[in-house]
Design a protein around this ligand. Structure first.
Ligand code: PMP
Length: 431
């Protein structure tokens, strides 16, 4: 595979952008190679600057559930761009977007649009603290909620990939009110609440963690979180940035049958443009400025381009519920095929999948928490990843990320991926 143009571009990028990238995992450092520079995408595929074609299992890290350049999204964006990209004033599409979300999600009566997942979780926490008049928050080890200061401890995703789950530059004073807890460990959270319960404003959780590989909450843990937070008057915040409108139209909360107090979104609701959102009951959301005292604002929040891409994507998903069945079925086929290959070759691996999000860990046993995820052999992942890339399969360049299925993928794409995976696992076996 020729990556000459990408290599040259990367050299140039590194001169003027730290690490050559605007988000760390893109640098491919944990898989020890230079990244291809992507030129364009179409449906299930992306093409790099050297003309290599890949089946894309990253999908911009989750947003592109319909694949690249869905014709309706592109058409609507073209229409809107001719009318102005941003006004910093109310527009009709913002209400349409909010109505669609409120109608879809029973736990949400009001929603505010922001520009990223980081903004959504950061503001949801501020709101929770303002509403409860308490200071402490609880987050789980290996969950990632973006890079705002108070959440950047024991974080997953790029922070974990690059070995800095606690970042320098975050003063101790800022994180002294952040309590970290063990994911899927009810006893641990019960102990924390016994000591700090009256001071805890909120528990924030990824219902299906997608930033330490894929690790779903157990139902027991989910029910426990809801019960304990209610008991102590703390808010339960679901970070559905990755899972919202992906695992089901109504999100992970519908799969677990849990009503969180606040929910954070991003990714799918932006349809590939920068969007984030948080929402919940009117009583809580009414604390937000300008009707309440909790401040938050955004120059480009709710801009017409982002709202159009997001609204069009959500509308397509709403009108075509079979999409979920289809992507979940493809996810299942991929998981089963990978399992068969690993077994046939005697490569030790474990699998977690919820619908169209999956992950193969190079571990001996099952992965149900952060500690188990960390035991995965990342050297093996690097070999697997490189072989897949060379065979035209673009996976996340880190063990601690999810593989995403898009609606644009065909059964042939999945079979081709499995064929490549067999060869890649053969290489892993030779290690
Ligand atoms: N929460 C979760 C669950 C995420 O997966 C991410 C990003 N991967 C974020 C928050 C942060 O979103 P963003 O990168 O848009 O700031």
């Amino acid at each position: 595979m020729n990556l000459e143009k990408s290599k040259t571009l990367f050299r140039g990028a590194k001169e003027v952008i730290p690490g050559g990238v605007n988000s760390p995992v893109r640098a491919f450092s944990s898989v020890k190679m230079d990244p291809p520079f992507i030129k364009r995408g179409e449906g299930a595929y992306i093409y790099d600057e050297d003309g290599n074609k890949y089946i894309d299992y990253v999908g911009s890290w989750g947003p592109l559930i319909l694949g690249h350049c869905h014709p309706e999204v592109v058409k609507n964006l073209k229409e809107v761009v001719e009318m102005g990209t941003s006004f910093g004033a109310p527009t009709a599409i913002e209400t349409k977007m909010a109505q669609l979300i409120v109608e879809a999600i029973p736990s949400i009566e009001m929603v505010r649009m922001v520009n990223s997942g980081t903004e959504a979780t950061m503001t949801a926490l501020r709101l929770a603290r303002g509403y409860t008049n308490r200071s402490k928050i609880v987050k789980f080890n290996g969950n990632y909620h973006g890079h705002s200061d108070s959440l950047l401890i024991k974080a997953g995703s790029g922070a974990l990939t690059h070995g800095v789950p606690n970042s320098p530059g975050v003063p101790e004073d800022v994180v002294k009110n952040t309590i970290t807890a063990k994911y899927n460990d009810l006893e641990n959270i019960e102990k924390i609440f016994k000591v700090y319960g009256e001071d805890i404003a909120a528990v924030i959780v990824e219902p299906v963690a997608g930033n330490m590989g894929v690790v779903p909450m157990t139902q027991e843990f989910a029910d426990g979180l809801r019960r304990i937070t209610e008991e102590y008057g703390s808010l339960l915040i679901f970070d559905e940035v990755m899972t919202g409108f992906r695992l089901a139209f109504e999100g992970a909360q519908s799969l677990y049958n849990i009503t969180p107090d606040l929910t954070c979104y991003s990714k799918v609701i932006g349809g590939g443009l920068p969007v984030g959102a948080f929402g919940g009951k009117k009583e809580i959301m009414s604390q937000m400025s300008p009707i309440g005292p909790v401040y938050q604002a955004g120059t480009l929040s709710g801009n017409p381009l982002a709202m159009t891409a997001g609204y069009t994507t959500l509308k397509i998903l709403k009108e075509n519920p079979q999409i979920y069945e289809e992507i979940n079925k493809k996810g299942q086929r991929l998981e089963e095929g990978l399992k068969e290959h690993a077994k046939a070759l005697g490569v030790k691996a474990s699998f977690n999948r919820v619908g169209s999000m999956l992950c193969m860990f190079f571990t001996e046993g099952a992965v149900e928490d952060f500690e188990a995820a960390l035991t995965s052999d990342t050297e093996k992942y690097a070999v697997y990843f490189k072989s897949m890339l060379q065979q035209g399969i673009y996976l996340a360049p880190s063990q601690f990320e999810a593989t995403f299925i898009s609606a644009a993928m065909t059964d042939e794409d999945i079979e081709k991926t499995l064929e490549a995976a067999y060869h890649a696992l053969e290489e892993v076996k030779r290690l």
